[in-house]
Design a protein around this ligand. Structure first.
Ligand code: ZN
Length: 190
């Protein structure tokens, strides 16, 4: 069962349209989450770009265990930064970045905050409701209903659509289901 409050999905669609307006994009355009991060003045670092990162930590994140993490948000001295794993493919990277941005946009308080030895705050645990909200907002930001509908009407294949919007095939499938775009198309074809 969904934990999303009434009207939340519509709020997400409106946010997706409004950020596209801010970035001078049409409502049906793909949204690069890196551009959104810049717009929100959030720094995005690959592991090797983290100031002062120690070699053994970098080695662990990128060589020993690159599959164990996607992205993490840190706050330090009034700066919010997202560390994004460079290893996964573009669809998963975009999803991870949009997900972290969504927690920030929604002003979610993390359930657990970790202090790194040098005094930064690391946040990567949220409650289940916040996770569901962040998933809803991030998938809508990347693939708003209207953009999806236009792409389906143009007859693009699933793989062409996923590539166009920079999303994973799984996210595309989920959005096709949740938005009811396929039902609408079947109905309009009679
Ligand atoms: Zn999350």
């Amino acid at each position: 069962m969904s934990n999303l409050r009434r009207g939340f999905k519509t709020w997400c669609e409106n946010a997706a349209a409004s950020y596209r307006r801010d970035l001078a994009l049409s409502r049906a355009s793909p949204l690069d989450p890196l551009a959104l991060a810049r717009h929100l003045r959030i720094v995005v670092w690959a592991p090797e770009e983290i100031p002062g990162i120690k070699n053994d930590v970098l080695f662990h994140l990128t060589v020993t265990d690159p599959d164990s993490w996607d992205a993490v948000t840190i706050q330090s001295n009034g700066i919010t930064a997202i560390i994004l794993n460079s290893a996964p493919d573009i669809g998963r990277r975009n999803n991870s970045l949009a997900h972290e941005l969504s927690h920030i946009i929604l002003e979610h308080e993390p359930a657990h905050i970790f202090h790194t030895p040098d005094g930064h705050l690391m946040m990567n645990e949220y409650n289940a409701v916040h996770e569901e909200e962040a998933n809803c907002l991030s998938s809508t930001l990347l693939l708003p209903r209207e953009a999806l509908l236009q792409a389906v009407r143009r007859g693009l294949s699933d793989s062409a659509m996923a590539q166009h919007f920079g999303v994973s095939p799984q996210l595309l499938k989920m959005r096709r289901n949740i938005t009811g775009v396929d039902r609408q198309m079947a109905y309009s074809r009679g």
